[in-house]
Design a protein around this ligand. Structure first.
Ligand code: SAH
Length: 393
């Protein structure tokens, strides 16, 4: 370790075989005087080099290792990481990465605390840590160099900024582009007004699963529950669904859903309702409604370990209700994006729901997040989206 560099020393017993980038306050023996958000060298209890990351004394997760090699954590390193993330998505294509999708996904791309998405002509950057917020300008410059000078929009989330103690940035940080972009996802168009909505505008992690529904929907009635901006319904209707019922509680999402379906000329076959999915599933069951395809894509019910029991009850409830209003031969695509709910727990919950409904669905496929959200074996938190494609006999 170079003398004079800010250092974070791990406690004895918290430093063995360290292969996970997250360092919590409880893992730390001591830290030298370091500016919040600046780089520190992480050393084990004997002073041996472990890695380098950005340090922030404010959150419990106080440091995320960016590099395990003894190299400077500087803008050249960040640019190298960005270049490999972009190359991974481009997969050798001469025109670079796809026009819509995630380019950088935090830990999974060796850039913990940074998300970069491409929405057609614009790039959207989201900083989740103080360290990344401090190097935002260097990131935007490097991205512009790597991607033909594309304009860069910042779309931070309030929760992360509050937790980490930085100012939310929402707006153009390099060049400028349109306020609203229209993007094409496998033939369905979505309008995204930058800086509004959830995530960076779309749930890019569900792309392949949305495309899947197009092949199931022809001639069927489809229920898109927790529809957000009608992503699944759009693909289902384009695939020839007879009708799609979209249910969602957020008024902003509903407005966007209407706009998207109209944009694709699909509004006539869609019904969009501002309701609570839990209540509406019960009402639909009482009303004797039946659907040939149902999607359940709820928000994370378990945001912490202690929330698992209540979350499990919630997942069971919606899956039970959905199975009861599914036609014979019908398809259920059901998801959980709670990292704390494991694949096997989610499957157990769905199994119990099916047993309570006296139904014996077949598992057509196990579903997961899009490949542009890679999973690291050493960071299990990177695998969070799980789903089951079930079909009734
Ligand atoms: N399937 C969508 C993403 C869904 S995100 C897509 O592919 O784009 C989950 C959505 O559920 C959010 O839009 C959120 O507003 C909505 N939501 C959360 N709780 C809800 C509830 N109890 N009833 C209805 N909608 C809810």
């Amino acid at each position: 370790m170079k003398r004079g560099q800010p250092a974070l020393r791990l406690k004895r017993g918290r430093d063995a075989a360290r292969n996970h980038p997250w360092i919590f306050k409880g893992d730390v023996a001591d830290v030298s005087d370091v500016e919040p958000g600046a780089a520190v060298t992480v050393v084990d209890s004997a002073g041996r080099f472990v890695g380098r990351g950005f340090y922030n004394p404010r959150p419990a997760l106080c440091c995320r290792v960016v590099t395990w090699a003894d190299e400077p954590l500087d803008s050249a390193l960040l640019e190298r990481r960005l270049r490999s993330a972009v190359a991974l998505r481009a997969r050798g294509a001469s025109d670079g990465p796809p026009a819509l999708g995630r380019l950088v996904w935090s830990e999974a791309d060796g850039l913990p605390g940074l998300v970069v998405d491409r929405y057609g002509p614009v790039l959207i950057v989201q900083c989740l840590t103080l360290g990344m917020a401090r190097v935002r300008a260097a990131i935007a410059d490097a991205l512009a160099r790597l991607l033909d000078d594309a304009p860069v929009f910042a779309a931070d989330e309030d929760a992360a900024a509050r937790l980490e103690g930085f100012e939310v940035v929402r707006g153009w940080i390099r060049g400028a582009g349109p306020e609203t972009v229209e993007v094409d996802e496998d033939g369905v168009r979505f309008a995204v007004t930058l800086g509004t909505g959830h995530k960076t505008g779309l749930y890019l992690d569900q792309r392949e699963n949305r495309v899947r529904i197009a092949g199931l929907a022809a001639g069927r009635d489809v229920l898109d529950a927790f529809c957000y901006t009608a992503g699944f319904a759009g693909h289902a209707l384009r695939g020839g669904a007879r009708r799609a019922v979209c249910i969602e509680s957020s008024p902003e999402a509903i407005t966007a859903a209407r706009r998207n379906l109209a944009l694709n000329g699909l509004a006539a076959r869609a019904e969009i309702q501002a309701v609570n999915v839990f209540d509406e599933l019960r009402r639909l069951e009482r009303a004797g409604a039946r659907f040939g395809v149902i999607v359940l894509d709820p928000p994370p019910f378990a945001r912490s370990r202690s929330a698992i029991p209540a979350a499990s009850r919630g997942y069971k409830e919606i899956n039970l209700r959905a199975l009861r209003i599914l036609e014979p031969g019908g398809h259920l695509l059901t998801f959980s994006c709670s990292h704390h709910v494991s694949d096997s727990l989610f499957e157990d919950i769905c199994r119990e729901a099916a047993a309570d409904a006296h139904l014996r669905p077949r598992v057509v496929a196990h579903l997961t997040q899009s490949p542009d959200h890679p999973v690291l074996l050493n960071v299990p938190e990177t695998h969070y989206l799980k789903g089951l494609h079930l079909q009734l006999p």
